[in-house]
Each structure stands twice: as structure tokens, then as C-alpha cells.
Design a protein around this ligand. Structure first.
Ligand code: IMP
Ligand code: MG
Length: 183
């Protein structure tokens, strides 16, 4: 669905599908160049990163395997709890792999900083982060993020994989959720 289909439930479209696709092409070209000749592994964080992984991985010109991790720090609310739980671990041994974590959004940064520490102990050759969205004003911990799609304001957003109570992931655009939906 597009933002028009849920216009009463959102206050603003922040990034359109077309803008996302253009940005993904730019970042994919950078990643292709940065990882030329290296054993790159893309690691997606479920479920929010499903859309960005699908489009970003296909924008790459290099062959890159994809693995998935499921963690949870949010539940059904709109505030990060800081408590990270592994719900599904990787299938891949990270030893000597150049890992690029693909994330939907960096909000407080708590989830990613936890993941980075967790991955660091698994013997990867390198670990970098690509986040489609980042809320600089929400950071509670600094995360070293090599590739960022868009910096956005500190509002709760949905779409392009991002959910509220599991809804809106199939919205093609990224939009600010109207407060009446969650209050
Ligand atoms: P953190 O606060 O950086 O730990 O964010 C953890 C996770 O919460 C992200 O990977 C998203 O899945 C989710 N999240 C953070 N901000 C939003 C938002 O504005 N909308 C929907 N999900 C969000
Ligand atoms: Mg989420």
C-alpha cells in the first residue's frame, strides 16, 4: 500500500518509495566498491529489515550471501526497552567474514550496540552497519554506522518494513504514525 491508502493514520510522509530506491542504488555502489574482492556477508535484522534487505541486496552488483538474526527490544510499544532478546540466531559462522549488518532504523542505538558486541566475539574479519534510517536525536549510545540512508526526526515512523504492533510493514513509503493510532 501507499501512504494515500492510510492517510488518516499518518501525519506526514518522510521518505517515498522512489527516494528509498534511489538512495539504495547509491549505497549499493559504495558497498560494491568498498568490498571488492572481499568475502561479504549481509546480516539482516528481522523483521524490520526485510524490505531494505530485499531491495538493497538486489541493487548490489556483487554476489553476497544473506543471513538473518531476529532480536527484539520493543514489544508492541513505541519506546525502546534496552532489553535485547535473541529470537533467532545466525546460521552462518562469522569467522573471517566481512559482515555488513543491514538495519531498518537506528533509534536509541541500544539494539545495534548490543549486536555489534555480540558479533565481535565471533571472529568476523570486519563488522560494519548500514541503517536505512537513523534518528540522531534519539541516540542513547553512539553506534558506528558506516552507511546511512536518511537521517530523520525523532518521531515514531512506520512503513517499508517498520511496524506499529506488526501493522504497516507493507506500506511502501516511510511515514510518521499519527499519535491517535497509538495513544
Ligand atoms: P533501537 O532503539 O535503536 O534499539 O531500535 C530497535 C528497533 O526498534 C529497530 O530496529 C526497529 O525495529 C524498532 N524501531 C525503532 N524506532 C522505530 C520507529 O520509529 N518505528 C518502528 N520501529 C522502530
Ligand atoms: Mg521492530
Amino acid at each position: 500500500m501507499r501512504a494515500d491508502d492510510v492517510q488518516n493514520e499518518i501525519t506526514k510522509v518522510l521518505v517515498t518509495e522512489e527516494q528509498i530506491q534511489r538512495r539504495l542504488d547509491e549505497i549499493a555502489a559504495q558497498v560494491d566498491a568498498d568490498y571488492a574482492g572481499k568475502d561479504l556477508l549481509l546480516v539482516g535484522v528481522l523483521k524490520g529489515a526485510v524490505m531494505v534487505m530485499a531491495d538493497f541486496s538486489r541493487a548490489l552488483k556483487s554476489r553476497a550471501p544473506v543471513d538473518w538474526m531476529a532480536v527484539s527490544s520493543y514489544g508492541a510499544g513505541t519506546k525502546s526497552s534496552g532489553v535485547v532478546q535473541i529470537r533467532k540466531d545466525l546460521d552462518t559462522d562469522l569467522h573471517d567474514k566481512h559482515v555488513l549488518i543491514v538495519e531498518d532504523i537506528i533509534d536509541s542505538g541500544l539494539t545495534l550496540s548490543w549486536l555489534l558486541e555480540n558479533f565481535a566475539s565471533r571472529g568476523a574479519a570486519s563488522i560494519e552497519v548500514f541503517a536505512l534510517l537513523r534518528k540522531p536525536d534519539a541516540a542513547k549510545v553512539e553506534v558506528n554506522c558506516r552507511y546511512v540512508g536518511f537521517d530523520i526526526p525523532n518521531d515514531f515512523v512506520v512503513g517499508y518494513g517498520l511496524d506499529y504492533a506488526e501493522g504497516y510493514r507493507n506500506l511502501r513509503d516511510v511515514a510518521v504514525l499519527a499519535p491517535h493510532v497509538y495513544s
